[in-house]
Design a binder for this molecule. Structure first.
Ligand code: MN
Length: 285
């Protein structure tokens, strides 16, 4: 990666920076290794709505070959009147789904007051895009000792995103994952603009694994599959995909959620693409 024109100025995110001595972090969850060379697919509904809803989708994504289960119990919503999650009841449902399917879980902690509770149940703590610069939350998440996934804020630069990861690393917690989920641009045909530059750049600048979220990145279910494949082709270590058994009636993010059948189709395409060495060679892993 060295180049005669490369700047020699040290990166401000000294722990997150890729160096000759620190080439790639693997976050090891036992059965799943994030950053280990095989794409890790985290799939599930935007929100945990009920036990039957979550278990239904958990079994479907496990059957299709997903590696982890996602689902929000504490939901940050643009409107205070929108569905804001089931809270601890939702965490209990996620834990039950993990016990039944064997899939490790990832769920968001919205604030420091909920952090210990979330850490008690989850395998990976998600810091949501709107909290990327909530530095108290980043540090507290780091101190739980659980792996932490830091989503890029919709208006966060790549450097600000890596510095957010640095806050977690600086607590002594090495298990940090980055997630690109789209940024706000002038374009309004899609919900956000999935920044694939940032995926390749984060892999270039940092040793941390990078997950790509084409669901929030596009906001349109029919754009999720092409952007998921593109995210892996540019070097992403995995994907976060929203899946719902009945997207038209989802409590949140239905328009960007795949149904079970479309998710199974996507998993087949991912497996075909990953089996082609050329596709992985363009990555920076
Ligand atoms: Mn969502």
């Amino acid at each position: 990666m060295s180049n005669a024109n490369a700047s020699t100025k040290p990166a401000p995110y000294r722990l997150a920076a890729r160096t000759d001595a620190h080439q790639a972090t693997i976050v090891d969850l036992g059965s799943v290794k994030i950053g280990g060379g095989q794409p890790v697919v985290m799939a599930g509904p935007c929100s945990v709505e009920s036990e039957s809803q979550l278990l239904n989708t958990a079994y479907a994504v496990a059957e299709a070959g997903a590696h982890m289960l996602r689902g929000g119990a504490f939901k940050p919503r643009t409107s205070p009147y929108a569905f804001r999650g089931l809270g601890e009841a939702g965490l209990k449902i996620l834990a039950k789904a993990r016990a039944e399917t064997g899939l490790p879980i990832i769920t968001e902690a919205l604030n420091t007051a909920d952090l210990d509770l979330v850490a008690e149940y989850t395998d990976v703590i998600q810091i949501g895009a709107r909290n990327m610069q909530n530095f108290a939350l980043l540090e507290a998440a780091g101190r739980t000792g659980r792996p932490v996934m830091v989503k890029r804020g919709p208006a966060g630069t790549i450097e600000e995103w890596l510095l957010a990861a640095e806050y977690v690393l600086a607590t002594g917690n090495p298990n940090v994952i980055l997630c690109e989920r789209g940024i706000r641009t002038f374009e309004n045909a899609t919900r956000n603009t999935l920044d694939l530059n940032a995926v390749a750049m984060a892999k270039h600048r940092s040793h941390l694994p990078v997950i790509v979220d084409p669901s929030h990145g596009t906001g349109k279910w029919y754009l999720v599959a092409p952007l998921a494949l593109a995210g892996l082709a540019v070097g992403g270590d995995g994907l976060m995909i929203e899946v719902h058994h009945d997207p038209d009636h989802a409590s949140s993010d239905g328009p960007q959620s795949l149904n079970h059948e479309h998710f199974a189709d996507l998993m087949e395409k991912i497996n075909q693409q990953s089996a082609q060495p050329v596709a992985r060679e363009v990555g920076l892993n």
